[in-house]
Design a protein around this ligand. Structure first.
Ligand code: NDP
Length: 449
């Protein structure tokens, strides 16, 4: 296994985030390989870590002043063993091939856990939508889709949103796809309701995270009611994580963005949450403006020199990191344990570094890894695809009921897989093993392709 991992590192030495994601999975599936020696000869690890296809392309576009810009577009079609490639698009200046490959790799196992038939993929661009006008974002999306449209389709590859890609971007992308292909199909998920979207899709990732956290707490003989929670980010996942925590009787005291965070000791109630939704989704403002409206809250500017994020030092019971990868380092993990946090449930993808995860496991913190905990978003995307195929829309209660059931089933799958390999209660091992076994067996069924 060490040799396989070193070959992956040597082949693409700059892809640090991809190596991190692969290393975590390889470490935890070791007992599966020991129990199935034929996997080695069939090179399942080598096959599952090599994307089926990587597409990289130029995205030229013109700003409102007539200046031309060139960004780089990506789509990594990682694995289609259990269904069409499925996974979001991220528009953020930090996007590189490494980031997209790690996200695509994680997506394969996450999609496998949902019980639906979806392969794994991910895409995006280093384009920064922040500060751009609607017409600039539209021109960028159209140029991006001019190339991407050749590679996707409702039975081939179905992208969705992620950081920087919300309802506005999905609309522009869909419009261009429809024009180029002259067909109205469910080629993207996260669409608006009036043209094929599903109820509960905007809420799904955040709601799913809290359903998963509730399952973990129930299994440990507790509940989320009355618990104080630290939430990072203030985008789609953070907002609906907060909403479901409130509905289940918990309390949320923080929100953040890349500039800093707010701490509201009185708690962020539904009215304050509605303000944040308006601020971030409509006015596209900064989280510091929360304190202009609610002056009892404090705003702390982000300070990368500090070496830790003070957001994770506040006294609380639970933490739901919902911003970005590697936002909790070893020091943050120690601070969380010191502040009394007993559950960490990941809304963002890979928000905890490997050393932070070790601290959680050593200290007996209930740790819900992203590929299980945030799978609700892609699960409801799968339900959106099903509704599109049938050309009908299910009511809110039906979609949310199915989401809840899927999160319950993912929880049980993780518990059972971890127990089967002697790692009781280790959700990370359970998620990796269950996701891996299903995908690998499907690959083997389909021959060497
Ligand atoms: P949004 O773009 O809606 O929000 C992202 C939030 O995170 C913003 O508050 C943003 O702040 C903050 N953020 C982004 N990058 C950084 C950074 N480098 N440092 C600090 N803060 C940052 O994205 P989502 O809510 O959709 O996604 C959040 C996370 O959840 C991502 O990891 C994504 O992959 C994951 N996820 C999302 C799913 C979905 O359905 N949307 C599904 C599963 C996982 P700012 O405004 O300053 O950029």
């Amino acid at each position: 296994m060490e040799q396989i991992f070193s070959r992956i590192v040597q082949r693409d030495p700059e892809q640090k985030e991809f190596h991190q994601a692969v290393h975590e999975v390889m470490e935890t599936v070791r007992p599966v390989l020991d129990r199935n020696p034929e996997y080695r000869q069939l090179a399942v690890l080598e096959r599952v870590t090599e994307p089926e296809r990587v597409i990289m392309f130029r995205v030229p576009w013109m700003d409102d002043q007539g200046q031309v810009h060139v960004n780089r577009g990506f789509r990594v079609e990682m694995n289609s063993a259990i269904g069409p490639y499925k996974g979001g698009l991220r528009f953020h200046p930090s996007v590189t091939l490494s980031i997209i490959k790690f996200l695509a790799f994680e997506q394969v196992f996450k999609n496998s856990l949902t019980t639906l038939h979806m392969g794994g993929g991910k895409g995006g661009s280093d384009f920064n939508p922040k500060g751009r006008t609607d017409s600039e974002v539209m021109r960028f999306c159209q140029s991006f889709m001019a190339e991407l449209s050749r590679h996707i389709g409702p039975n081939t590859d179905v992208p969705a949103g992620d950081i920087g890609v919300g309802a506005r971007e999905i609309g522009y992308l869909f419009g261009m796809y429809k024009k180029l292909r002259n067909e109205f199909t469910g080629v993207l998920t996260g669409k608006s309701l009036s043209w094929g979207g599903s109820l509960i899709r905007p809420e799904a990732t955040g709601y799913g995270v809290v359903y998963f956290a509730s399952e973990m707490l129930t299994y440990a003989g507790e509940s989320i009611e009355g618990k104080t929670c630290l939430v990072s980010g203030s985008g789609n996942v953070a907002q609906y994580t907060c909403e479901k925590i409130l509905q289940l009787g918990g309390r949320v005291v923080t929100f953040s963005d890349s500039s800093g965070y707010v701490f509201d000791e009185e708690g962020i109630d539904q009215e304050k949450l509605e303000f944040v939704k308006q601020l971030k989704n409509i006015r596209r403002g900064r989280i510091r403006e929360y304190c202009d409206k609610y002056p009892q809250a404090v705003y702390i500017e982000a300070d990368p020199e500090l070496g830790y994020n003070p957001l994770w030092t506040h006294k609380a019971d639970c933490a739901m990191p919902s911003a970005t990868q590697n936002e909790i380092n070893e020091q943050d993990a120690k601070n969380l344990v010191r502040s009394g946090v007993r559950l960490v449930c990941e809304g963002a993808n890979m928000p905890s570094t490997p050393s932070a995860i070790n601290i959680f496991l050593e200290e007996g913190v209930l740790y819900g890894p992203s590929k299980a905990a945030n799978a609700g978003g892609v699960a409801v995307s799968g339900l959106e695809m099903a509704q599109n195929s049938m050309r009908l829309s299910w009511p809110r209660e039906e979609v949310e009921g199915r989401l809840k059931q899927i999160m319950k089933s993912i929880h049980i799958t993780c518990i059972d897989a971890a127990a089967e390999y002697g790692m009781d209660g280790n959700y990370m091992a359970g998620a990796n093993i269950a996701g891996f076994v299903k995908v690998v067996n499907a690959m083997l069924d389909q021959g060497l392709v």
